[in-house]
Design a protein around this ligand. Sequence first.
Ligand code: GLU
Length: 436
Amino acid sequence: MTTKINPFENAMGQLEKALKYLKLEKWQIDRLRNPEKIISVNFPIKMDNGETKFFHGFRVQHNSARGPYKGGIRYHPQVDMDEVKALAFWMAIKCAVADIPMGGGKGGVEVDPKALSEKELERLSRAYARAIADDIGPYKDVPAPDVNTTPQIMKWMVDEYIKYKTNNKKQIAKKEKSILMGTFTGKPVDCGGSLGRTEATGRGGSFVLEALLAKMKLKGRCGKELTVAVQGFGNVGYYIAKFLHEMGMRIVALSDSKGAIVVKNMEKDGFNPDLVLKCKKEKGKLSSCYCVGSVCDLKYGRTMSNEELLELPVDILVPSALENQITGENAGRIKAKIIHEMANGPTTPEADVILHKKGIPVVPDVLSNSGGVTVSCFEWEQNLKGQHWTEKAVNAKLKQKMVKAFEAIWETAKREKTDLRTAAFIVAIKRIMGKT
Ligand code: GLU
């Protein structure tokens, strides 16, 4: 619906707003506006039917002032350079918000991964890793999963990267291998990954929301639970729905790229995200998975479009899919009391203005979804030091980081009398510029 909106222009609009609160020199502003390096790669892949196809990919390294570039790799048919540039910029802000020693980067491959076989996906992932291999490394640039990329894909990529770097050497010292493994995060746990990484974005988001609700003193009204609509049911959407459900909130709507499911009675029903996921895996689609309590039955729900889901009268709206979902066009119709951005860039600057006027707080992506990169950073640290942390330790450290990040932003928003996104940018930019 909103393919014309340029995410990089939006990101620069957000930056402009924050710059009014900061005294920066021109070169510093230029540094924030321009990526340090843009890498564009093209490579052929042999398909299963013997045909060869040509693919395009990107890696944008936005800023390394605080540490190696950090950010995911996205597989999507519509991925383009402006999107990857915006996402890399947001990663630099996000890592500074989370106060981890990393900069911002992002990668993308223009491909529909759902149209590839497992073997084709592996060949594509290995070829992309090889194409960017000279520009990444544990102290240089550390990629991770993003939309449509998984721990398995990270496993192929890190394997290919290590082969490339060591000239296919059979025996590599354990320490050297562990450090090289730190080039990618979000790996499977049995292959150098960290416990808690898969759940981290959702879990971190639930900690941030809990902290916000405490500040706003917002609880369910008249003994009723808070209601939540989640757009997107990938890794991020599923886990945030699961954690909010476990916290006692009622998940009244869920969606995937094909459409949304909504409970029939918004006053009392709520989906069980675990059962919905199980059902989606069995049936291959979300649109007939109405799982309320412990049973899945069509009588519990109805379908609607992703656009309609955004306008439901819920307490908390959680966009967890792609950019540009809440725009100048539909922001006036949003009825949620809080928007908790788990996707990157779901709200445009025009929508931000409208929502602010309506008094709807938007918890910005660079804060609410920063749990993923935070545990990625823990994974990287474990690889560099050859350590393995327990899940309990990872989750405890994550909570500490998220609550601290939220507090800094909340205080800044109050002090500067601005919205949470602008406050997050102010905090992050000061950190990037070494001012705090
Ligand atoms: N793709 C995730 C994000 O947008 C995680 C990045 C990472 O772990 O490096 O935050």
